[in-house]
Write a protein that binds this ligand. Structure first.
Ligand code: G
Ligand code: MN
Length: 403
């Protein structure tokens, strides 16, 4: 993962931490430690090996560790006990767990303890590198988050430029819709509203919200988008659900809880998607807020599951009605038995919590069929329809037509 990827293209908003730190590889098997170190080393990731959880806790006190890659089965202090003790000391350090047996019980425990990600043995080099560099990037973003560019003037002018850009974004802000298809039944479950703009050049909605976060304008955007969504909903099929993305900052906005807001009037049809990319940690009175949303009639979804820093923590906090599997887990799923196991475990976790499971970013028939093979039949993606301004029937990509 390159340093440049932290630059948003509008002048560096943050500086990289002075010392990024290494990845602490915790495994009682020396050979495995060496293998992981070699795999990561080939991709420029510095590692340090250590033989068990107890030793790892002691090592962490000395600092200089940016992320941890940890086996679950170890003598003295095992991976779970290690993670539990670590969370008492530090809540922010990303921990990637590795296990030989991806039992549901340990997945749930890992969720509760906020593991960054879960890998099953044998770990492919490609997966290891992708997950560990993702963890390192999350750590770097966290470490750099409150900081601005080195000189105050640069920071101020940078912010001003971003403010002007965001004004242009807001002036052209609008919502497009993408269907979520029940492939098994050949019908549409609902539509997700997605933010777009005509006002400025953007690479995606994430870029918009990234800038809005820096400027404290997330709630302003959220209000505009929710009002537009409610407005457009009149043209949507009346029996379909509306999936609405909510940024964690929106959860602190009184407008979201206002029974008189345009979206509240439609709450019974609305599923609020909360991304798993951002942490819900530290949000004031979160449980109370979630309960209020449910009282208003909203349902909740965990979005982008499998992509985030928050790990699976949002599961236990939100008790979601819907779980959306991230596009990164869906891409070329048919060719990756290991990832199929992970997706199957997430789907089974969703089912055991009574939630519907939607796969995002389905682009090919092979991905569709692999998902169907795992019992996941709610799909969203370009294979069925690109996001568009209307609520047209999606292509069923060779299957029966949608009613
Ligand atoms: O974070 P969230 O899941 O809400 O974002 C969905 C984004 O993914 C939207 O911007 C949408 O345009 C995009 N998207 C939807 N379907 C596909 C797909 O099949 N492939 C890709 N690459 N992107 C998709
Ligand atoms: Mn979404």
């Amino acid at each position: 993962m390159s340093r440049e990827s932290l630059d948003d293209g509008h002048g560096a908003l943050w500086t990289a931490p002075a010392r990024p730190g290494c990845v602490l590889v915790v495994d009682d098997d020396r050979l495995i430690r060496t293998i992981y170190a070699d795999m990561l080393g080939r991709h420029g990731v510095a590692t340090e090996g250590i033989e068990d959880g107890q030793a790892a806790l002691e090592r962490l006190r000395a600092g200089g560790v940016a992320a941890v890659l940890c086996d679950i089965n170890m003598p003295r202090l095992d991976g779970m006990a290690f993670l539990r003790s670590l969370r008492r000391l530090r809540s922010d350090l990303p921990v990637v767990l590795v296990t030989g047996s991806p039992a549901l019980a340990s997945a749930v425990q890992a969720v509760e303890l906020g593991a960054y990600r879960y890998l099953t043995k044998p770990v492919a080099e490609e997966d290891l590198v992708a997950v560990v560099t993702g963890a390192l990037q999350a750590a770097a973003v966290r470490a750099a988050e409150p900081r601005l560019a080195p000189s105050a003037t640069d920071a101020a002018s940078g912010l001003e430029a971003i403010g002007a850009w965001l004004d242009a974004v807001v002036s052209g802000l609008h919502v497009v819709f993408q269907p979520i298809v029940d492939v098994g039944r050949g019908r549409v479950l609902g539509f997700e509203g997605l933010a777009r703009t005509r006002g400025a050049e953007v690479t995606g909605a994430e870029q918009i919200f990234h800038a809005a976060e820096r400027l404290g304008r997330v709630q302003e955007l959220g209000r505009i988008l929710r009002a537009q969504l409610a407005d457009a909903a009149g043209a949507a099929p009346p029996d379909g659900l509306l999936f609405v993305n909510i940024h964690p900052h929106d959860l602190l906005d009184a407008d979201l809880y206002d029974p008189a807001s345009p979206l509240s009037a439609l709450a019974g049809r609305v599923v609020l998607e909360i991304t798993e990319r951002a942490s819900l940690e530290g949000l004031d009175r979160l449980q109370e807020r979630i309960a209020t949303l449910r009282r208003l009639g909203f349902r909740l979804a965990v979005d982008d599951l499998g992509a985030g820093f928050a790990g699976l923590g949002s599961f236990s906090v939100l008790s979601p009605e819907v779980v959306k599997i991230d596009i990164s887990l869906v891409r070329a799923l048919q060719a990756d038995p290991q990832r199929q196991r992970v997706v199957a475990a997430l789907a089974s976790l969703a089912r055991s919590l009574g939630a519907l499971c939607v796969a995002e970013g389905v682009e090919t028939e092979s991905e569709r069929d692999a998902l169907l093979g795992l019992g996941i039949d709610l799909h969203q993606g370009f294979l069925f329809a690109h996001p568009s301004s209307g609520f047209g029937a999606p292509s069923m990509a060779g299957r029966q037509a949608v009613s």
